[in-house]
Design a protein around this ligand. Sequence first.
Ligand code: GLA
Length: 434
Amino acid sequence: MTRVNSKLIYIAIAAIAIIAVVAVLLLNRYQPETEGASNEAEVAGLQTEATDSGNVEAGLNATTAVESATPEPTPEPTPTPEPSVEQDIPSLAETFADYFSIGAAIEPSQTEGLKAELLKKHVNWLVAENVMKPDAMQPTEGNFNWANADRIVAFAKENGMEVRFHTLVWHSQVGAWFFKDAEGKSMVDETDEAKREENKKLLLKRLETHVRKIVERYKNDIHSWDVVNEVIEPGDPDGMRASEWYKITGTDFIETAFRAAREAGGSEAKLYINDYGTDNPAKRDRLYELVKELLDKGVPIDGVGHQTHIDVFGPTVDSIIESMKKFAELGLDNLVTELDMSIYAWNDRTDLSNDIPEELLQKQADRYRELFEAFRANKDIIGGVVFWGIADDHTWLNSFPVTRTNAPFLFDKQLHAKPAFWAVIDPVGTERSS
Ligand code: GLA
């Protein structure tokens, strides 16, 4: 009996021990994991809040409250938004449809990807930033390079946009071969009168070939042409830029280029003389004098292209419009051909890098508003407004006059609308305040 009893006692003790072990294991398994999960959720929530509000400090303080349960997380910097095309905002071209065309200068690579989407939404006019310049079109004598220019023309056609040509003649970005005589000697250095006359003929012949070949190829696709670019320079003798073109031919190169363009392109082709700083009275008046003289000689000029590379501080909008009115009196069209608005004054060489103050962007918006209000009010004398780019990620002003961050357009580096966009689209602020 004693033996049987003690056996039963052993069995009972073993059973209790097993039950106790199982109970402890079960408790350990569920309790700590539940606690950990709730802490993680709390930390994640606080981090999201901190990031959303941009208040990293608040996020850190709040996280400290639960740090006994979890390791302190490293604060994430506010992420830069990804580039994207905002499809839910108004289109620039549609907004200005009753006023004038809206354009942008592009490189062929921008006919693909996000940039192409942005362009399709906002502009109905394109111009080549570089690939239609003389050195790009005819780098060596007789070798025309059509591929890049064709790409821009094809993209425009596919998307119902027009193209402007920039530029048939310029003193810059032009092959040196134009200005070498038959023996390869620099034409400007020639001292012999007879040889100089021969050189002039050769240069004008080359120019005529250049103009005719290009205009003939694109006359059905392109109706707006910058025939000559930047020929006025008030600081040079006669107020004419002392380029090789001018030194070798006088103003004959201008006349030849316009006449050849008209002959090759017919009356459909609108032919422009393009320049910067046309608001400056000295430059404006010299340009006016030249154009008047050429028109009186029957040279076919249809309009003036005002580049309009301006900045947040100047020149005045009135001076820009006044210049246009002056040319309109000659019966000429006016185009804004290369609009951008630097955030730096013209003689400032500093770099704001990525710390562009909000107030400066607001100042830019106010000035863009004033400018476009004036353009609207003068739509009868303005045929179109072309930006020299479209978004702040790509602009010549990031490397001119020094390498730095500039932000001259209506769209930022992420291709998103800036205060300036809203100021232009919605000047009285009914749709959205800037
Ligand atoms: C001038 C030219 C343009 C372009 C800009 C700078 O305005 O007309 O073709 O080169 O300078 O990019």
